[in-house]
Design a protein around this ligand. Sequence first.
Ligand code: HEM
Length: 435
Amino acid sequence: MSSTAAVEAHELPPGPDDPPALQARRFLGDPWSYLRETSERFGAMFTLRPLYLPALVVISDPALVQELFTADPAALHAGAANRVLEPASGAHSVLLLDDDEHLARRRLLLPAFRGERLASSASVVSGLVARELDRWPLGEPIALHPRFRSIAADVMLAVVFGVEEEDRWPELKKDVLSIQFDEQRQRARAALHEIVAVARRDGSSSHVLAMLLGGHDAHGRPLGDEEIVDELLALLVAGQETTAGSLAWAVERLSRHRAAQDLLRAAVRCGEDAYVDAVVSEVLRVRPVLQWSVRRPTEAFTLGGWSIPAGTLLAASLYLLHLRPDLFPEPDRFKPERFLAAGRRGTYTWVAFGGGVRRCLGASLALLEMNTALRQIVDRFVLLPPHDDAGDEGWRRSGITYVPAAGATVRLSLATLAPVTGIDAGRRPTAGVRR
Ligand code: HEM
């Protein structure tokens, strides 16, 4: 039902009548099976009422998701829906802002994550990944999620904060990796204040920081140090664990899908970028580390025939949308080739980075990082399950992300340099090509 055909309704869409405490437990502890079960019972729009949280209307119909993403941003706030992140990212960051202030901050930051500026980060990312891979042991089970956290932290320090390894903040990486704890967060804030002060004095090596130092708010006022530090922390909160978790899922999936892994290796060695992109898209589809894109109506908002009251949370479920068999046949199967056909990553069907004016600001950096890391990994190593009868890893909550429960544990062996076959867009092997 479209919003134009909407009728005034005084109730929210139906949902489970489990007690709120049970809803909270299942919703936080095992959201994936709870969401699936609930959508099987109630369809593509239902309401959860977990204890201590506002009612949450969950949607997984692409037409409704489109309405959510294209609605007037003044009618649907995301900053207000993200309040839970305030202790980590501070109140003055793009994650928490709405309306004109949000748009001004996005306009300021976006160029730093695009085009030439992003391209200039590629060699930095590649060097950081190569350095980490040199330390990976062969033959024994190794949990790669912590290793990806380390890479993602290095990328943040270098690309976003402009801090090189030999710089004068040796403790910052440790603090960044434990940013969820008060003490480490306070220390990281103090270091970031110093970094901002030095950058103001000497200029910054990071495009992001340079943009912020020269930037203004919606009223034309220059940003103060506190606002800049909030922003740097917000980028860290939004970008580090998400990228690390997604890379962890990538190796978990590839270690369990040898044919896809071999095709990826062949594609990397033949310069077949399309298959590499397809693997990344499929990982983000089938194992989204974030659950939702959330918005909070500022006044009653009409969606799917319901009048959703102000204050309710409206959530596009990335997981449920990505598991729709009408959009992605055999949705549970890891099948990168589904993304080889043109137009398969629809704006309102593949939503790993959310959408509309709140779409992930760091999406291009995240894709660059995943692409760079996976290329190097499969070129050097064969990823094997930790033991012969290992099943798939389940989900574990880690801060705001959901990551492989056993830390993406795999065994590595050296990849052969022998001739490989290429692939074409129809996933057929082509003539032998040597690296
Ligand atoms: C694979 C890695 C990543 C995933 C899956 C991811 C996913 C997302 C999602 C789902 C959103 C919410 C969008 C919405 O509400 O519609 C988001 C927002 C955001 N992300 Fe990412 N993200 C990733 C990496 C990054 C990186 C590397 C950065 C920056 C360095 C970043 C910065 C942001 C920011 C600033 C926002 C808020 C945008 C706004 O409110 O205007 N993300 N991301």
